[in-house]
Design a protein around this ligand. Structure first.
Ligand code: ATP
Ligand code: LTN
Length: 350
């Protein structure tokens, strides 16, 4: 992470009007396309919790992004509520951070259109997530799926964050966001802060338990490929026991041992132990013992989150009130940026 001051001159001036220098800002979102996996949690969500004191944070449920693949309405509604409850359950605090649902703030869809008109066909065609998802949903390669990065750029740029804490798979989208923001600022004057991706080393790319060359994904058709944050202890143990490894029968981190490497990375991310420490811990032991230890560590990590999640889901009125409060706060920030962008472009504001 760079230690340079990434503020634009305009922001520095704005900042000097206040006495204390402002905290750096961070924003991230997660799609309610299913229950998050251990990959989402270790790669992104867990890091958000720790960032809340150091940064001014905003986190959103990206429901508009989720409809780039077909969603069944009743299930989709439940998933949006569950994702919001999970954000609270992992320890995001609505008193410290801005928590909201993307579709509650219409400025996201509005700015996305303006940015789409500054994003090139060639740029979007190069996005690996688009290529992956187009291959997976060959019967529904819709305009929204293609334009997805323009909406993501809008999510980010509306809140002028310095950092975007995501897993490694989102680096390409973050870089495109920077390119779009720089292009826009060059054309119309400084409107957007240029954000940087903020990728933690530990857990940045957790892989599928069944096909360890691919990332663990909550939309995987094979439920054995991922650990869901709602999986009960027996399910977690069973999935780890079935995880693909190799015939080497030795717990060590090495090229070609994708399955074992992945389990070691998960164990390391959860326990804080280094890879050499893990190799020593399991010296002379087989994969059975190792898998059971990984499962046990994950079960204990998820237990308190699952308890809090159940409590939040029981209190729908509280969930709704928190969503409403988040939407109002987010709208106030987003509206300012959208108006500024439109004004600079020459739109007539009334
Ligand atoms: P889907 O599988 O439905 O496309 P996803 O899980 O890939 O979704 P999001 O829900 O949008 O994608 O991801 C939320 C966050 O989790 C992002 O910051 C992303 O980088 C991170 N993330 C997703 N998968 C992994 C993974 N396997 N390892 C580490 N981080 C991940
Ligand atoms: N594209 C992301 C989800 C996402 C996001 C964002 C992440 C939508 N808008 C803004 C960071 C900032 C994904 O698929 N993981």
């Amino acid at each position: 992470m760079s230690t340079q001051n990434p503020m634009t001159p305009a922001e520095t001036a704005e900042n000097q009007e206040h006495t204390a220098p402002r905290k750096k800002r961070a924003l991230s979102c997660i799609q309610p396309s299913g229950i998050p996996t251990l990959g989402n949690y270790l790669g992104a969500m867990r890091n958000w919790v720790g960032m809340q004191d150091e940064f001014d944070c905003a986190f959103a449920v990206a429901d508009l992004h989720a409809i780039t693949v077909r969603q069944e309405p009743a299930k989709f509604r439940r998933q949006i509520n569950e994702m919001f409850a999970l954000l609270l359950a992992i320890g995001l605090d609505p008193e410290k951070s801005l928590l909201f649902v993307q579709s509650h703030v219409p400025a996201h869809a509005e700015l996305a259109w303006l940015l789409a008109c500054h994003t090139q066909f060639g740029e979007l065609s190069r996005m690996t997530q688009f290529k992956d998802k187009a291959a997976k949903h060959a019967d529904n390669i819709n305009l929204g799926l293609f334009a997805y990065p323009a909406l993501m750029a809008a999510d980010i740029l509306l809140y002028q964050p310095d950092y975007v804490p995501v897993g490694a798979d989102q680096k390409q989208h973050c870089e495109l966001t920077r390119d779009i923001a720089i292009r826009f600022n060059n054309l119309y004057g400084n409107v957007f802060t240029i954000p940087e991706p903020y990728i933690m080393k530990n857990g940045a790319r957790i892989r599928s338990l069944q096909e360890p060359t691919r990332k663990m994904s909550k939309s995987d058709e094979n439920a054995n490929a991922y650990i869901s944050l709602k999986d009960d202890p027996d399910t977690i143990l069973r999935k780890f026991k079935r995880a693909v490894t190799d015939s080497d029968a030795c717990v060590r981190y090495a090229e070609g041992k994708d399955g074992v490497n992945n389990l070691m990375e998960i164990y390391s991310a959860v326990t804080g132990r280094t890879l050499p420490e893990i190799e020593r811990e399991f010296e002379g032991k087989g994969y059975g013992d190792f898998k059971a230890a990984v499962a046990e560590a994950v079960i204990e990590e998820l237990r308190p989150i699952q308890q809090r999640f159940d409590e939040y889901m029981k209190d729908k009125a509280q969930l709704e009130a928190l969503m409403k409060q988040g939407a109002e706060r987010a709208y106030a920030v987003a509206r300012r940026t959208l108006s500024k962008a439109m004004k600079k472009m020459g739109f007539v504001l009334v």
